[in-house]
Ligand binder design. Structure first.
Ligand code: NAP
Length: 275
């Protein structure tokens, strides 16, 4: 039996909404946010207590205190590629941390980070790997992770998600027909939506705090294998790669979620998920 009753999901988007539905089905009281007023009825229809909130330097919206009056907060804000300055993301997360601290009720924060935090030249990236951030975005992510994990007001767990697919996000759809692509022999690190949701659900149910988890499927086909199969299966032009010397390519290791959470992947092999 879980000790938690209420969960607030900041960002009921592609990942947050199905997560909310799964948690509702488990009997939690779920609050969820969107930045888009028009999406409120969708959330309400699913049984989610809905809030229209936007995080920037501070959280804007109505009933902010009510939203943060929960036992757990799950942060699924996207680190958009089009941020002019990655610091914008840092500021958004800081505004959320501020509200969590102020709330006095929040005991546990789960943050969806990214496996892009690991440098590309790490052959086996597990959660204990010590690395230097390769670019400003990973520097910001690492800082956020550290600040969450060391927070004195609540516990935190970090989920480093690999590339997300499933439910409308088709593998490699954007690469069909492209030419002169790099990294033919690089390993692909992906995770299906069902497993991303399933893992977060397990973290909550098992109340596993203070950890970092990689969320990535078992199998790591090369870019050439995966995207060629995807294009072929859909009758699209096969993407063309340029010849390169084989470099070390990053493989995100998923042993820890199996060992600590006992998690079994529903979609261990992205090659089998091309439809
Ligand atoms: N996409 C990938 O392959 C990938 C890889 C690694 C990690 N991740 C991480 O996975 C998580 C979930 O991604 P997703 O694909 O579910 O993203 P998404 O579909 O874009 O959903 C993000 C949610 O956050 C809300 N949101 C966006 N900006 C906000 C802001 N400034 N203040 C408050 N709410 C805001 C959105 O509001 P609206 O409902 O109004 O849109 C939406 O509900 C993110 O943390 C992302 O960084 C993604």
């Amino acid at each position: 039996m879980t000790p938690f009753l209420s969960i607030s999901i900041l960002g009921c988007g592609w990942l947050g909404l199905p997560l909310a539905k799964v948690l509702l089905a488990q009997g939690y009281r779920v609050k969820g946010s969107t930045t888009d007023l028009q999406k409120i009825p969708v959330l309400q229809k699913a049984g989610i207590f809905s809030f229209c909130l936007t995080a920037s330097e501070k959280i804007q919206g109505n009933h902010v205190d009510d939203f943060f009056n929960s036992d757990i907060v799950v942060i699924t804000l996207p680190f958009r590629r089009n941020f002019k300055n990655p610091q914008e993301y840092y500021n958004q997360i800081q505004s959320i941390i501020f509200e969590c601290e102020k709330s006095k009720k929040v005991q546990f924060v789960i943050f969806t980070s990214s496996t892009s935090i690991y440098p590309e030249n790490i052959a086996q990236a597990d959660e204990d790997t010590v690395f230097q951030p390769e670019h400003d975005r990973s520097k910001v992510l690492l800082t956020i992770e550290k600040e969450l994990l060391s927070n004195q007001c609540f516990n935190a767990t970090i989920v480093r998600l690999a590339g997300l697919y499933g439910s409308g996000r088709k593998i490699g759809a954007f690469l069909a027909g492209q030419k002169d692509l790099m990294g033919a022999e690089s390993s692909v690190n992906l995770v299906h939506q069902d497993d991303a949701v399933g893992l977060i659900q397990e973290i909550i149910t098992q109340n596993v705090r203070g950890e970092i988890f990689n969320a990535c499927s078992d199998n790591h086909p090369t870019r050439r294998e995966l995207y060629t199969k995807a294009a072929r299966q859909r009758g699209l032009a096969i993407p063309e790669f340029i010849a390169e010397e084989r470099n070390i390519s990053k493989v995100v290791v998923n042993d820890k979620v199996k060992r600590v959470l006992g998690y079994q992947f529903l979609h261990p092999d992205p090659m089998e998920d091309i439809d």
